[in-house]
Design a protein around this ligand. Structure first.
Ligand SMILES: Nc1ncnc2c1ncn2[C@@H]1O[C@H](COP(=O)(O)OP(=O)(O)O)[C@@H](O)[C@H]1O
Ligand SMILES: [Mg+2]
Length: 1109
């Protein structure tokens, strides 16, 4: 959101100019200076229109972080400072949104940063395109194909520690949403000569060093390799180690990458076996051996290495040995076998090694393609990334066939660059409806023609020479060139037209020179024919095909005797020409994006900018021309909206808002600014500005205007700020003032109030004190008066008292004197009448008098006659204590007697019985106190009245003393049955309660003892005399509600009848005779679960337990 609001532009904070098109003046010096200035400020990217120039910084810059990716994501190309991400984003978005297939063409010299650039593009696209598990796997596989190919196809060269020795074009395929689906990689001409020989200071392909440093001992042993680099002839010794490169860790990275890309374990194994075999091939050496026929023949010096190779690759040792010694030429069904001399044998060995390695490389590419190819058949959008080896020129005419091929390829790329850039430019003018004027520029088509023309091209002639029968050498090829191309403007040789009459001595004999678009290159013709032929003896390919190693077998399909093909395989040159042609066709269908890499110095060093070197590259890359072409029509163009947005502040009508269409706004703006009409042109969607000066003028005006605007904004802001501050202060001041006033008033009021209170209190105090003083005075006066009066009265009283006392003393004295006088007189007179015991008599009289008084008083205070009245008057004199108590006792006895005298005979009897009961049970049986209040009724059952008991009544003719229902306890189980208990004068009877049938009759003489507990229960046992008639059934255990009465009556009746005291035993444990057995009846304190009723339980044969609550 914020991003949208802050409009930025390439033109902001620019160091030098970000887009060379705007360079003014435009010449080589200013161009280089601009690059240098930017390079010194770490700005390694600069635009020419939509082309990105990238200068290799040779050190890592912090401009490839994920934050940077986010910054460039979905932004306009010219919105931020130049960056390879801006180009990648533009390409990706136009692929995704406008459905245009893209290609990204990265060119530049070796070491200029092409491969790095291609990786940056891929990683940017990977970062911004779709996400998800499947997509991520595709991305990962695409990215991980790089380390694998780099290990096998890159090497350290003098120019670059990680120089790609093959051309690579990778199509990344996307679906309609822009999610990656897969990819296809094409490889171009691996520099295979490096396998057998490397120039000074260079290395073989990385993978050899990586295996030897990184593989485990075990793995090396399996591959029959030793860790020591110096053991291998193919590894140049002088620069086996590269600074800052860890071969061992890279080896792990490569293996890991192979796994991610999808190599099976056995495939990886096979690949490394082939690499090992190549390495070991270099150690096979030959020695000459003369044969009888005089021809030289070679022999393998030490067969051990050969044996190991054969073991590793599953080749029959004799077959391979023969292939190194003989060559079979087949012509028209005839086989001719010739021996090889030592040189030929070495040639054959190296050819085999090169072929093995380059075919392995191609196989790797095919295998990777298999893994990363898109799995769907739907239409795909394609983004191609081309990272091809750069233009290479060696000094001292060291350029050979490889350089020729590489430079040809670059020539073609330049061609397509020219075509597409111009075409694009032209198309834009047409699209925008601007008139197009033709521009002069150098078209290198003529050079391409020199090389690739089917009849007269150098490649065609080389092929012709290779196929020609007869002796063919590199010199004959050069001769031919001289004949055919002599007249060509861009071809030079010692014999060429321009020097027909004067040999060009700057050219050695065996060389020719081509004036490439990037400069003149002198090629050494030696080896051209051979390399073009790319000959591998058939015996060797057949030997390989026979290998018991599936990968090697697959690498040499032409070795299959069944598929023998006598036709020559296409030459290297023609193969390359064809593949370049296909590539060009492919590129032409896509929207091109250019990254032109420039190398700032030859030392691979950071911070060094070699002007001459850069100048050379700029020249041959035609960058200046590129700018000129771009500026030929109009130097700058911009869509109307951003243009109006950027410059609208320059004109009153458009500032701050323009309501109409953007184009009209721009028209008004330009009109107002008075820009000459020839300086700009209105396209359909863009404004075209012819001269950068105009743009810079606009920029200057804008900058100035921005300053003015800034000042204006600042002014208004400051005014606003001050005003708001003032208003705030004013408001605050009022508030503060009101508070202060209020506070002051409050304080003043408080002061007055407190003063008033003080004054008031003083006055009140003064008044009060005055009153108090008066009152006090009054009081004192009163007191004084009282005191005076009191003193006065006192004085009077004391005087009176004194007088009275005096008077009394005198009277008393008179009386005493009188009494003494009288006593004396009486004593003198009555002494003869007084007896000696008069004192005692007086005492007795006094005593009598007191006694009399006591009794008289007692009479008045006598208590009631009720025997239970406890009142008794208090004792008046201590000496009467015992009398008083005695009197109380006598009185009680007397009133009891009085009470008893009222009783009838019957009542007397009842009380006798009660007395008896008291003697028997008081303090012995807990049941007793409850029985005191109950009258003894005896006959509870009206036997005579109830007709039911008539029979019973008839059977008993004596007087019935007790008739009551009791419970008889069953001897067996302790259960109770009701019985009528009758006591007569002579007998005890038990009868059935229902009908009165007599159950038992015991004469009183046979009752020996009655037993009962001391507790609060009604159980009792009637013990019978042993041997008596009644005792046969045993003693009775009964329970009754009137136990005390029954026991008392039984006792009294027995006593009166038999004159014997009945034994009554009170104990909580007694024995009862039941038939033969004696059973112990035990009373225990039981629970209250049955209420207040005691329960009886038979515990065992000898124990009956009664639980009493
Ligand atoms: N953008 C970059 N940032 C940092 N170092 C770079 C960058 N581009 C290239 N280099 C350095 O330059 C070396 C050569 O780059 P490379 O891409 O292999 O060159 P080329 O493929 O053009 O031969 C790399 O190994 C790296 O050290
Ligand atoms: Mg490279």
């Amino acid at each position: 959101m914020a991003k949208m609001e802050v409009k930025t532009s390439l033109l902001d904070d620019m160091i030098g100019v970000g887009d060379m098109v705007l360079l003014e003046p435009l010449n080589e010096d200013s161009f280089i200076n601009n690059l240098k200035k930017r390079f010194d400020h770490n700005e390694v990217y600069t635009y020419i229109g939509s082309v990105v120039i990238s200068i290799n910084p040779y050190r890592s810059l912090p401009i490839y972080t994920p934050e940077k990716v986010e910054e460039y994501r979905n932004r306009n190309f010219y919105e931020l400072s130049p960056h390879i991400f801006a180009l990648s984003d533009e390409a990706y978005r136009s692929l995704r949104d406008q459905d245009k297939d893209q290609c990204i063409l990265i060119t530049g010299e070796s070491g200029a940063g092409k491969t790095e650039a291609s990786k940056l593009v891929m990683s940017y696209v990977a970062a911004v395109c779709g996400k998800g598990a499947e997509v991520n796997q595709v991305k990962e596989q695409l990215l991980q194909s790089n380390p694998v190919l780099e290990a096998f196809g890159n090497a350290k060269t003098v120019r670059n520690d990680n120089s790609s020795r093959f051309g690579k074009y990778m199509d990344i395929e996307f679906d309609f949403k822009g999610d990656p689906l897969g990819g296809v990689i094409s490889n171009y001409l691996l520099e295979k000569s490096r396998v057998v020989k490397q120039p000074r200071g260079e290395r073989n392909f990385h993978i050899f060093y990586q295996i030897l440093s990184g593989a485990s001992e075990e793995f090396l042993c399996k591959l029959k390799l030793e860790r020591d680099f110096s053991r291998y002839n193919y590894l140049g010794l002088d620069s086996a180690k590269v600074n800052g490169v860890d071969d061992a860790s890279n080896f792990r990275t490569v293996r890991n990458a192979m796994q991610i890309v999808g190599f099976m374990d056995h495939e990886t194994q096979s690949v490394f076996e082939v690499v090992a075999a190549v390495l070991k091939l270099g150690n096979i050496e030959f020695k000459p051996e003369s044969r009888a026929n005089g021809l030289d023949e070679s022999k393998i010096k030490d067969k051990n290495e050969l044996k190991e190779i054969c073991e590793l690759t599953g080749i029959d040792q004799s077959v391979l040995e023969r292939a190194f010694s003989f060559r079979t030429v087949e012509a028209k069904q005839e086989k001719v076998s010739t021996t090889l001399n030592v040189a030929q044998a070495y040639y054959a060995r190296d050819a085999l090694a090169k072929n093995l390695y380059s075919r392995l490389f191609s196989w790797l590419v095919t295998r990777i393609n298999e893994s990363i190819k898109a799995q769907t058949k739907v239409r795909k959008k394609v983004m191609g990334v081309l990272d091809i080896y750069g233009f290479e020129i060696f000094e001292n005419a060291d350029n050979s066939f490889e350089q020729f091929i590489i430079n040809y390829c670059n020539e073609k790329l330049q061609q397509i660059f020219i075509e597409l850039t111009l075409k694009e430019e032209q198309e834009e003018y047409i699209r925008e409806g601007i008139e197009w004027t033709n521009i002069e520029y150098f078209n290198n088509a003529i050079i391409c023609d020199l090389i690739e023309n089917n009849q007269t091209g150098i490649l065609a002639m080389l092929d012709e020479e290779c196929l020609r029968p007869g002796t063919v050498t590199d010199d004959t090829f050069l001769e031919k060139l001289n004949q055919v191309c002599a007249t060509h403007q861009h071809f030079e040789s010692r014999m060429s037209k321009c020097s027909r009459f004067l040999n060009d001595t700057s050219l050695p004999h065996s060389c020719f020179r081509i004036q490439h678009y990037a400069g003149k290159v002198m090629y050494q013709v030696e080896g051209f024919v051979d390399k073009n032929n790319d000959l591998l003896y058939r015996d060797l390919s057949q030997a390989m095909w026979k290998a018991n190693h599936s990968l090697i077998k697959a690498l040499f399909p032409e070795g299959n005797p069944a598929k023998i093909n006598l036709k020559r395989p296409p030459t290297a040159g023609s193969q390359f020409k064809a593949s370049v042609a296909t590539l060009m066709k492919n590129l032409q269908t896509k929207n091109p994006n250019y990254i032109r890499c420039i190398k700032p110095n030859d030392k691979k060093a950071a911070h060094i900018f070699n002007d001459a070197l850069v100048c050379h590259q700029i020249r041959y890359l035609g960058l200046l021309e590129n700018v000129r072409v771009r500026r030929a029509g109009y130097a700058f163009r911009q869509a109307y909206e951003p243009c109006l947005e950027r410059y609208k502040m320059l004109c009153k009508q458009t500032w701050p808002h323009w309501r109409g269409p953007a184009r009209a706004g721009v028209e008004v703006l330009f009109d107002e600014l008075g820009i000459p009409e020839e300086e700009f042109s209105f396209g359909r969607s863009k404004i075209f500005i012819r001269n950068p000066r105009t743009l810079f003028k606009l920029e200057d005006l804008r900058k100035q205007r921005l300053e003015d605007l800034a000042t204006l904004i600042e002014k208004i802001y400051r005014g606003w700020k001050c005003r708001t501050r003032f208003l705030l202060m004013k408001k605050s001041q009022i508030v503060i003032a009101s508070w202060v006033r209020r506070h002051a008033q409050q304080k003043r009021y408080q002061k007055i109030k407190s003063s008033a209170i003080v004054v008031q209190s003083y006055i009140r105090g003064w008044k009060a004190r005055k009153l108090l003083r008066e009152l006090k005075h009054l009081k004192r006066c009163n007191e004084a008066a009282t005191i005076i009066a009191a003193y006065w009265h006192g004085t009077q009283a004391r005087r009176e008292l004194k007088r009275l006392k005096e008077e009394a003393r005198r009277k008393h004295a008179v009386a005493v004197i009188w009494a003494y006088w009288l006593g004396l007189k009486v004593r003198r007179e009555y002494r003869k009448y007084f007896r000696a015991n008069a004192g005692r008599k007086i005492y007795e009289f006094t005593l009598q008098r007191l006694m009399q008084k006591y009794f008289l008083e007692m009479k008045k205070k006598m208590p009631s006659l009720s025997p239970i009245d406890k009142n008794w008057p208090a004792r008046p004199y201590l000496f009467l204590d015992s009398t008083h108590k005695e009197l109380k006792r006598i009185f009680h006895l007397w009133r009891c007697k009085k009470y008893r005298d009222q009783f009838t005979d019957q009542q007397k009897l009842i009380y006798e019985e009660k007395l008896e009961a008291s003697e028997l049970f008081k303090d012995k049986k807990a049941l007793y106190p409850a029985s005191v209040g109950q009258p003894f009724q005896g006959a509870y059952l009206e036997i005579s009245e109830n007709p039911k008991y008539k029979k019973l009544k008839d059977a008993v003719d004596e007087k019935i003393i007790i008739a009551e229902v009791v419970n008889k306890i069953n001897r067996a189980n302790g259960k109770a049955t009701s019985r009528i208990f009758l006591l007569t004068k002579n007998n005890v009877l038990l009868a059935d309660q229902k009908n009165g049938t007599i159950k038992s009759e015991v004469p009183l003489g046979d009752v020996t003892k009655v037993s009962m507990s001391s507790q609060n229960d009604g159980f009792f046992a009637v013990h019978l005399k042993e041997g008596s008639e009644a005792a046969t059934k045993g003693d009775f255990l009964l329970s009754s509600d009137h136990l005390i009465e029954m026991a008392t009556k039984l006792y009294r009746t027995t006593l009166s009848q038999t004159k014997q005291k009945l034994n009554i035993e009170i104990s909580d444990e007694f024995l009862v005779q039941f038939k033969q057995d004696k059973v112990c009846v035990k009373f225990i304190q039981g629970s209250q679960k049955n209420g207040n009723i005691p329960t009886c339980k038979r515990k065992n044969n000898r124990l009956l337990e009664v639980a009493v609550p």
